[in-house]
Write a protein that binds this ligand. Structure first.
Ligand code: CDP
Ligand code: CDP
Length: 220
């Protein structure tokens, strides 16, 4: 049997990370780890508890008491509370990059994520997986796409869920989150030097999955 490796997938919002990472994991029989869901869960808890989203110490204290569980079916739990849908609201989406810029929070998240990947066999997606969490991952992918295309994808996603959104506003929100994620001091969104970049602007989901599986095949 082939040795189980770790695959790191990073990139900005709407580049297709979670969709593609899930499919790659399924194809390989690997575990998909959505690190964004972990930051979203802490953000949800901070909003609910009235904790200042810029207060590194209080957020870290909150995190130290929070058990965050990602199930193989894609559900997210905070302790016994299921938060799968609650962490996807616009309020959480537009606040999460403040929480994610706090250094102590990032250190604790990184420790938990490294523990999850220590046996190999994971496809982990986020912003700093190839650069900070799994610098020795055997395969590192950086997915990109124009902000126009990424906003279009989110727009269509919202429409499919039954609510139309303002395209220009979506574009602005995505650009702002990219800026905050790329400019923060600790582990900013950045392509690792040894990551392979795939521009998905004109690619289908299947084309991206096939491209990644080919890279995995070559490396393992
Ligand atoms: O799916 P989407 O691209 O909207 O975002 P996500 O992957 O759920 O991540 C939400 C936010 O969490 C990002 O905008 C980052 O601020 C933060 N994040 C991070 O800082 N580091 C990670 N490894 C994953 C997410
Ligand atoms: O996780 P991330 O924010 O990077 O993106 P996502 O949530 O996986 O993908 C955003 C949307 O783009 C989803 O509705 C995907 O179906 C769609 N998508 C696409 O249309 N073409 C691709 N090549 C990748 C994703």
């Amino acid at each position: 049997m082939k040795e189980k490796i770790n695959i790191a997938i990073d990139g900005p919002a709407g580049a297709g990370k979670s969709t593609v990472a899930k499919l790659v994991a399924r194809k390989l029989g690997y575990v998909y780890i959505d690190t964004g869901a972990m930051y979203r869960t802490l953000t949800y808890k901070a909003i609910k508890s009235g904790v200042d989203l810029h207060d590194n110490g209080s957020l870290n204290q909150l995190l130290s008491k929070a058990k965050i569980e990602l199930t193989p079916e894609g559900k997210v739990f905070m302790g016994s509370e299921e938060v799968t849908e609650l962490i996807r609201t616009d309020e959480v989406t537009n606040s999460v990059s403040f929480v994610a810029s706090q250094s102590d929070v990032r250190f604790e998240m990184l420790t938990r994520q490294q523990e999850m990947a220590k046996q190999g066999g994971t496809v982990m997606d986020g912003r700093d997986i190839g650069t900070a969490v799994l610098p020795n991952a055997e395969v590192k992918i950086f997915l990109s796409a124009t902000v126009e295309e990424r906003a279009k994808r989110r727009y269509e996603e919202n429409l499919a869920k039954g609510y139309p959104s303002d395209f220009e506003q979506l574009k602005q929100e995505i650009a702002l989150r990219d800026k905050r994620d790329s400019e923060r001091e600790t582990a900013p969104l950045k392509k690792a030097d040894d990551a392979i970049e795939i521009d998905t602007t004109n690619l289908s989901i299947d084309e991206v999955v096939v491209a990644i599986l080919r890279i995995v095949e070559e490396r393992s």
